[in-house]
Write a protein that binds this ligand. Structure first.
Ligand code: P5A
Length: 438
């Protein structure tokens, strides 16, 4: 992509409306714009990141055996009356009427809809277990939308729902999502700690929130610092139910809880290892048994012929919130530092002298070659001073900067810079290209 033809409205000044660094940087880097309180438009650079995050979530869900679907955002009030949540949800639910005066709503979550859709395709125990998910916009009329994408009113969520015949199966489904979440966040360069959590309007009695520690987070959290050393979940075999359960049990041996689930005895046992922090909730998993299947009269035929209400769990990831959380975790004074896995482009190619024919020709060659190799390049071909180009490159935070100047080109070298850490190297064009191609 050539920057001269891109849509990248960067801002020099920090917008006054933004209180936290991720919101400030997303506005300054031309990724998003607010269109109403808590509602955002995604511009090309922001959309690329959102799609990368989505894709990682999708790959890990698919790997864990979940099946992707897409449900409508607008749902009928009737559906929600069946579970009793239409009245219970309160003012956070955006309610609408169609031209026939029928009551509708913009989905804040989708337990009811997935429950009836599941019933549609599952009649007997042979049709279970199943796990269905979607990546879809949600609307919650939050009292205090704030911090940009962190607490929006319209936001992108991955929501998944599992259906099992018995407790052992349901626990295994929960565990599979648990481990898939650990992997998902790790791939994005985030340390997310699973913490015992309250269930709120979703219901049930077992729940974990996945929390990224950050001073700007909205949740108060308490944990044993031993947690910070537990990261690697790559070698557990998720298809082996007992091995997975044992792994999660050791994982949860150390104390970690949100405000509402504090356990003072467990905290005393942590002694000096107890930490208190703020955190960003990037995901939450719930087990609520037959709460919805029973309320909505959904059942399948068991092995002995009697009808059974399947046991359900639901699993959410804040896809758009993650964009903010990643920036909170990875930035410096100059701007964003994208982890490779979610970077909007991997290389920023910087032409220091767009008016120098030799320099421009070298850049065109490099651009063509990288593109042909499948490397995502944003080529700064604008007629601007080097200083302005460097400032933009730092701000938008692509993992690599490849700097091409007239002096270097005469000597046959270019400069390769790593955004994280700032290491610089002068290399021949060939070596630089070899470094950047997979
Ligand atoms: C789980 C999936 C649920 O809604 N039902 C379906 C369950 N869980 S949840 O915790 O309420 O939301 C899931 C994740 O969505 C993100 N999130 C938000 N992101 C941005 N703005 C908001 N206002 C917002 N509300 C929730 C969080 O990451 C949460 O973990």
């Amino acid at each position: 992509m050539r920057l001269s033809r891109y849509f990248l409205p960067v801002l020099k000044e920090t917008p006054g409306e933004a209180q936290i660094v991720s919101h400030q940087l997303m506005l300054r880097a031309g990724m998003i714009r607010q269109t109403a309180a808590g509602i955002y438009a995604f511009l090309p650079l922001g959309l690329r990141v959102l799609s990368k995050i989505e894709q990682i979530v999708r790959e890990e869900m698919d790997r864990a055996g979940a099946l992707e679907v897409l449900m409508p955002t607008i749902q009928s009030a009737e559906l929600w009356r069946q579970s009793g949540r239409y009245e219970a949800y309160g003012p956070e639910m955006l309610r609408l009427k169609d031209r026939h005066d029928r009551e509708m709503l913009f989905s804040p979550t989708a337990e009811e809809l997935f429950t009836v859709i599941f019933q549609n395709g599952a009649k007997s125990y042979r049709d279970l277990p199943r796990n269905l998910y979607q990546i879809q916009w949600k609307f919650r009329d939050e009292t205090r939308p704030r911090f940009g994408l962190m607490r929006g009113r319209e936001f992108l969520m991955k929501d998944g729902y599992s259906f099992d015949m018995d407790m052992a199966g349901a626990q295994h489904s929960y565990n599979r999502m648990f481990i898939a979440y650990m992997r998902t966040f790790a791939r994005m360069g985030l340390d997310a700690i699973p913490m015992r959590a309250d269930t709120g309007p979703i219901g049930g009695d077992l729940s974990h929130e996945f929390i990224v520690l950050a001073p700007t987070g909205e949740s108060d959290v308490f944990y044993d610092e031993a947690w910070l050393e537990r990261r690697d979940s790559s070698d557990v075999d998720a298809s082996d139910a007992d091995a997975l359960a044992a792994y999660i049990e050791t994982l949860n041996k150390d104390y970690a809880a949100t405000d509402e689930k504090r356990d003072l005895d467990a905290e005393a046992a942590c002694g000096a290892r107890l930490q208190r922090s703020k955190g960003i909730e990037v995901g939450q998993v719930f087990f609520f048994g037959d709460k919805y299947t029973r309320a909505m009269g959904v059942s399948v035929q068991g092995a002995d012929g009697t009808p059974v209400h399947p046991l359900m769990g639901s699993y959410g990831i804040g896809v758009s919130r993650l964009m903010g959380a990643i920036i909170e975790a990875s930035h410096d004074n100059g701007g964003i530092i994208w982890p490779d896995a979610v970077a909007p482009f991997s290389v920023g190619l910087i032409n220091l002298r767009a008016d120098d024919p030799e320099c421009a020709a070298a850049c065109e060659g490099i651009y063509a070659e990288l593109t042909a190799m499948g490397v995502e390049v944003l080529y700064d071909d604008r007629d601007e001073r080097g200083g302005a180009k460097f400032a933009t490159a730092e701000l938008i935070g692509l993992p690599w900067q490849l700097v091409v100047g007239p002096k270097g080109i005469k000597a046959g070298v270019v400069e390769l810079r790593r955004r994280a850490g700032g290491a610089r190297e002068e290399l021949s064009v060939e070596t630089a290209l070899a470094r950047l191609t997979p």
